[in-house]
Design a binder for this molecule. Sequence first.
Ligand SMILES: N[C@@H](CCC(=O)N[C@@H](CS)C(=O)NCC(=O)O)C(=O)O
Length: 209
Amino acid sequence: MIDLYYAPTPNGHKITLFLEEAGIEYRLIRVDISKGDQFRPTFLAISPNNKIPAIVDLNPDDGGPPLSLFESGEILLYLAEKSGLLLSGELRERHITLQWLFWQMGGFGPMLGQNHHFNHFAPQSVPYAIERYQVETQRLYNVLNKRLEKSPWLGGEHYSIADIATWPWVNAYERQRIDLASYPAVQNWFERIRTRPATERAMRKAEQN
Ligand SMILES: N[C@@H](CCC(=O)N[C@@H](CS)C(=O)NCC(=O)O)C(=O)O
């Protein structure tokens, strides 16, 4: 059983997408980041960086006490290794998958996060920052499009944690002022994931919580 500390944001969706896809039993614990729940000492004991998502694995495979983890990329890797799902065991596909997972964690997520911030949340308009993150967002979508022109999934032949990490950010493309039709391979990949039953279940959970 996994306890998932969650809010319905792109980084939160990554973990519900994985858990629904893998069919792992979990309990969703809502952290209201708009009300500051992420700064409560009980949550900080699990996630000292005061961000969702975080998990507690109540039955880690070493038989030891419950294990808390934060950082969505690490949580995906942990769950993939625990379940043997959504991360290839074959050397090349495994490392290409992890490469795209790190790309998402180090670039696509943080840059699109800045795009969201300066387009929607900044208390004053900062044209330089809006332009900077818009150009970077478009560059990253081009990189993604080129990869998906060559390969059905980010890691290669199989749907994986790299796709799961990236999809929820593309799902917010309108907020990033991105016209998805300009990136046809991304659009095709996006629709293939959007219509998976596990994705639909995960996104329904987001609406309910
Ligand atoms: N690198 C982190 C980023 C997590 C993150 O930015 N979480 C946001 C929601 S998407 C959050 O909890 N923000 C609350 C805050 O910053 O106080 C991850 O991938 O887990």
